[in-house]
Design a protein around this ligand. Structure first.
Ligand code: ADP
Ligand code: NG1
Ligand code: MG
Length: 448
């Protein structure tokens, strides 16, 4: 990926703060955008395609190098404290994921990927406009931006695809076992187009959204840090165990399988067939850990090896039927969403809106990754004239994305402001919490 010299003028504030901190000018800027996922929630790590677009909000790092082999990391937001360490010898803390650990993920991943034995020291000032822990991928924007900074500072270049794959892997150093959607769209986004992203191997296709609608993001103002809790990995693990039990039920060697997509492909099933298989094999009641061990014929210690993550070792109850049903039906909705965008049938926008509404209901009822505030916000968005509205990102708080007829946009914004924000103390946050968005461009380096 190449660098650009055009946009640095926009980065006056971060440049000034860099100069105040380090006493010289930055050599270059790196930027990586956040994203909004339009449909396809919690299915990337199951091997299924998703449909996100980049947003304008991003993380920017102003950087220079130093000869001391040190990382000096600062943030324009004083609530993110300064950090420094040796550029090569450091630990990434999974149990207390402070902000600099996300930077360290990118640093470690890129240093190893490039095989750098003598990486340059770095001085970095970080600035960000992606709301944190709100499902718009501030964490991945920071990891991607860090990896890009390390790459450029060491005079190297990588393809966007390699960067996306690398950053999907290295964000896992923080503990969350994500599927790669956030990093893929951050690097591969193109202004004006949403993308269908498929995995294993990573592939992308442009998706043209109907021109009569505008996508609006609204933040419920409830935050959830995914690395500091086990909500996210519990879902990953439930899906892994469900796919292993489905594999075993069909006489496959279940230890070879970790994702629904792999099992479905091996069995040659359609997504509808897979939903039927779930009904035949799994039961709707939660599975206890001992039942899972009995079905897979393993000890709890072996189960930890084959299926769990370090922060889910003590989970005792697994809802396999509901999670599996969500994943297969959500994967089907993504395919239908793309098909409607491509073929533009009559009432296309209404059909897309309906898929978004079904997606939210499935996230709320089957995947249980919503929360009361987000459900209330989604309801208000639909009552305010959205054709479809749903939680976006991991959930348990964070943002909703709504598809609104453009000629109804002002009335929609007014009503959501009145009904969700102004009724509570959220009123003073409405400016940054409720905004229309366009498909933005991908990560970039700007040299001075
Ligand atoms: P998200 O849904 O935004 O990806 P996560 O819980 O995965 O939420 O990650 C949020 C974390 O990312 C924050 O707690 C913080 O550590 C880090 N982060 C986000 N934005 C910034 C920023 N501008 N500067 C420093 N760290 C940030
Ligand atoms: P957010 O909301 O950005 O933390 C997470 C995962 C994605 C995906 C979505 C749910 C990471 C870095 N991101 O996103 O891979 O699984 O949740 O669709 O783990
Ligand atoms: Mg995140």
């Amino acid at each position: 990926m190449s660098s650009d010299t055009k946009k640095v003028i926009l980065y006056g504030n971060i440049k000034k703060q860099f100069e105040n901190k380090f006493g010289h000018s930055p050599l270059f800027f790196a930027r990586a955008p956040g994203r909004v996922n339009l449909i396809g929630e919690h299915i990337d790590y199951c091997g299924y395609g998703v449909l996100p677009m980049a947003i304008e909000q991003d993380i920017i790092i102003a950087a220079s190098t130093n000869d001391e082999k040190r990382l000096h990391l600062s943030n324009t937001n004083s609530s993110y404290k300064d950090f420094q360490c040796d550029i090569q010898n450091f630990d990434i803390n999974k149990t207390d994921p402070q902000w600099f650990n996300y930077f360290l993920c990118g640093l470690k991943g890129m240093t190893e990927h490039l095989g750098l034995t003598n990486p340059t020291g770095l001085n970095c000032m970080t600035d960000g406009t992606v709301p944190k822990s709100a499902g718009l991928s501030s964490s991945s924007a920071l990891v991607c931006c860090s990896a890009l900074t390390v790459m450029h500072a060491n005079g190297q270049s990588c393809s966007r695809k390699d960067l996306a794959d690398l950053c999907a892997s290295c964000e896992r150093y923080i503990g969350t076992q994500g599927g790669g959607m956030d990093q893929a769209i951050s690097f591969m986004a193109e202004a004006g187009s949403a993308k269908k992203i498929d995995f294993n191997p990573l592939r992308e296709q442009n998706v043209t959204l109907p021109d009569s609608v505008t996508f609006v993001i609204s933040n419920s103002c409830v935050e959830l840090n995914k690395a500091a809790t086990s909500h996210f990995n519990t879902r990953v693990v439930e899906c892994r165990i469900a796919s292993q039990i489905l594999a075993k039920s069909q006489s496959l060697n279940w230890r070879d399988y970790r994702r629904f997509g792999e099992v479905q492909e091996k069995l040659g099933l359609t997504l509808e067939d897979a939903v039927v298989l779930v009904k035949q094999v799994l039961h709707p009641d939660p599975y206890s850990k001992s039942e899972v061990c009995q079905i897979l014929d393993v000890s709890p210690e072996e189960l930890a090896e084959t299926s769990l993550s370090s922060n889910t070792l003590s989970v005792q109850s697994f809802k396999l039927y509901d999670r599996a049903t969500h994943v297969f039906t959500e994967a089907d909705r993504v395919q239908k969403f793309k098909e409607i965008c491509d073929t533009k049938p009559a009432a296309a926008a209404e059909k897309l809106g309906q898929l978004m509404n079904y997606s939210h209901a499935s996230c709320r009822d089957l995947y249980e990754c919503s929360c009361p505030e987000l459900d209330e916000l989604v309801d208000i968005c639909v009552q305010s004239g959205a054709l479809g509205s749903r939680l976006t990102g991991a959930g348990w708080g964070g943002c909703a994305v709504s598809m609104v007829p453009t000629d109804h946009l002002d009335a929609f914004l007014e009503r959501v402001t009145a009904d969700y924000y102004q009724k509570t103390s959220r009123g003073n946050k409405v400016k940054e919490a409720l905004f229309a968005t366009q498909p933005g461009s991908g990560a970039a380096i700007y040299t001075v």
